[in-house]
Design a protein around this ligand. Structure first.
Ligand code: S3P
Length: 436
C-alpha cells in the first residue's frame, strides 16, 4: 500500500469502540453473575484475544460482530484451561487477566506474539507475588515443546493462583494495567487492597467495576477495592476510542481546508490529554454534545485545519495521552517551533519502543527530531517527504505515519500496514471516505 499527499478531509465519522473499555466489559462480565451485554464492542484483534482467553476459561461468549453477550459465572466460576492462553499482541489482556488468574485455585499458562514476549511483566509479578500468586517464566524460543525455565520476567509464563493477601501497593509507574491487575486480584484478597500510583492513570477499571457492584473507592492517586463482592452482569455501551479518534484529530488539524466531526468519542479526563495538547498547540477543536455513556464521559469532537505551534508535554498529562504520543509527534512536525515531550519513558515498552520507532520514521521523512531518555524534541515546520515506514508491527506507528504520509510529498509505503487490525480494522477505509 502506498499513501500520497491528499488535500483535505471533510465529513462525519464514528470511530470504533474503546479498546480499554471493550476488554474490561468482557473480563468483568466473565467474573459477574448472569448476562453482560457489550454493545459497540471493538472487534479488533486485541479485544478478540480477550474473548478467546475467557472462552478457554469456560465462559460462553456470543459475538455477532458488534454486540457481545458474556454469560458470566461469578467470581469463582472460571475453569482451568488445559492449553496456554494466547493473548496475541495485547498487553492489556495479559496484565489484567493475570490479576484475575492470581485469585484462582488453578494454574494457568499465558503466552502471546513476539512483541508481547518482549514486554516487561515483572511490573505485575512483583505486586501479585506479594499477594501470594506464584510465577514461572519460560524460554520463549523453546516453548511449549521444550519448557526451559527462564528468569526473563516476560511471557510465556505460568501463574499459580490461590488464597491472596491484601496489599497496599505503591506502584513506581503510573500504569492502568498494573493498577487494574492488582485491583482485580484484590477481589480475591483477604482484606482491602489499595494501589497508589505516582500520577493518576486511566480509571476505566474503577468506574466499570463499581458499575458491576464492586465496592471500590478512589481518592486522587489511590484506588481501594474490597474483596469478595457479588458482581452482577451489566449492559455496557462502549464509547468511541479517543486513541483511534486521535488520528483523525491530527489529520483534521494538519491537513489544509479540512473539517471533521468525530462522533461519540470517550473523553474521560484520564484519557483525553490529546485534546489539551492539541489546544495548547493552537488547534481548532470543539467538544459538542457532552454526555455520559455507561458511566464514561463522551462527546462529539469538531476539528478544523489549524496553524499549529510547538508546546511542552510533560508531567501528569503524560498517562492521559501516552498512546497518542506517536501521532502527537507527527502533529509536532507540522507545527511551527519546537515541541518537547518529557516524562514519557513508558513509550519504550509499548507495542514497539515508540521513542525509537517514531524517531526513525520521522527522520526518514525529513523531520528534525531528537530522541531523549524520556521522550523527544521535535523542531517542526519542515515539509515532510515520503519514506518506507517500519511499523515494527505496531498499530499506532502504522496509523500515525499514515497521517504523516497523507501530508508528505511522494509515495509513503509501509512494511506492514495490516497491523492496524489490532485496534482499528477499518482505519484505511475511513480515511478514504473522508477524502474531499
Ligand atoms: C491500557 C493502559 C495503558 C495503555 C494501553 C491500554 C489499559 O498501558 O498504553 O494501550 O487498557 O489499561 P499502561 O497502563 O501500561 O500505561
Amino acid at each position: 500500500m502506498e499513501i500520497t499527499k491528499k488535500h483535505s478531509f471533510h465529513g462525519e465519522l464514528t470511530v470504533p469502540g474503546d479498546k480499554s473499555i471493550s476488554h474490561r466489559g468482557i473480563m468483568f462480565g466473565a467474573i459477574s453473575n448472569g448476562l453482560t451485554e457489550v454493545t459497540n464492542f471493538l472487534q479488533g484483534a486485541d479485544c478478540l484475544s480477550t474473548i478467546s482467553c475467557f472462552r478457554q476459561l469456560g465462559i460462553a461468549i456470543e459475538n455477532d460482530g458488534s454486540r457481545v453477550l458474556v454469560h458470566g459465572k461469578g467470581l469463582r466460576g472460571l475453569k482451568k484451561s488445559e492449553l496456554a492462553l494466547d493473548v496475541g499482541n495485547s498487553g492489556t489482556t495479559l496484565r489484567l487477566i493475570s490479576g484475575i488468574l492470581a485469585g484462582q485455585s488453578f494454574q494457568s499458562v499465558l503466552n502471546g506474539d513476539v512483541s508481547i514476549q518482549k514486554r516487561p511483566m515483572k511490573r505485575i509479578f512483583t505486586p501479585l507475588s506479594e499477594m501470594g500468586a506464584r510465577f514461572q517464566c519460560w524460554d520463549a524460543m523453546h516453548f511449549p515443546e521444550h519448557p526451559i525455565k527462564s528468569s526473563s520476567g516476560r511471557a510465556p509464563f505460568t501463574i499459580q493462583g490461590g488464597n491472596l493477601k491484601h496489599i497496599h501497593y505503591q506502584s513506581p509507574i503510573a500504569s492502568a494495567q498494573i493498577k487494574s491487575s492488582v485491583l482485580l486480584a484484590g477481589l480475591y484478597g483477604d482484606g482491602i487492597t489499595r494501589v497508589t500510583e505516582p500520577v493518576l492513570s486511566r480509571n476505566h477499571t474503577e468506574l466499570m467495576l463499581a458499575g458491576f457492584g464492586a465496592n471500590i473507592l478512589s481518592t486522587e492517586t489511590t484506588a481501594a477495592v474490597w474483596p469478595e463482592p457479588v458482581l452482577e452482569g451489566q449492559s455496557i455501551h462502549v464509547p468511541g476510542d479517543i486513541s483511534s479518534a486521535a488520528y483523525f484529530i491530527a489529520l483534521g488539524l494538519i491537513s489544509p481546508n479540512s473539517e471533521l466531526l468525530i462522533q461519540n468519542v470517550g473523553v474521560n479526563p484520564t484519557r483525553s490529554g490529546i485534546l489539551k495538547a492539541a489546544l495548547a498547540m493552537g488547534g481548532n477543536l470543539t467538544l459538542l454534545n457532552e454526555r455520559t455513556v455507561s458511566g464514561e464521559p463522551a462527546a462529539d469532537i469538531l476539528v478544523k485545519s489549524s496553524s499549529l505551534h510547538g508546546t511542552v508535554i510533560e508531567g501528569s498529562i503524560i498517562p492521559t495521552l501516552i498512546d497518542e504520543l506517536p501521532v502527537i509527534a507527527v502533529m509536532a512536525s507540522f507545527a511551527e517551533g519546537s515541541t518537547v515531550i518529557k516524562d514519557a519513558q513508558e513509550l519504550k515498552v509499548k507495542e514497539s519502543d515508540r521513542i525509537a520507532s517514531v524517531t526513525e520514521n520521522l527522520m526518514a521523512m525529513g523531520a528534525d527530531i531528537t530522541p531523549t531518555e524520556d521522550g523527544m524534541i521535535i523542531n517542526g515546520g519542515r515539509s515532510l517527504h515520503c519514506a518506507r515506514i517500519r511499523t515494527y508491527g505496531d498499530h499506532r506507528i502504522a496509523m500515525s505515519f499514515a497521517v504523516a504520509g497523507l501530508n508528505a510529498d511522494g509515495e509513503t509505503s509501509f512494511d506492514d500496514e495490516n497491523c492496524v487490525t489490532v485496534s482499528y480494522p477499518s482505519f484505511y477505509q475511513d480515511v478514504e471516505r473522508l477524502l474531499k
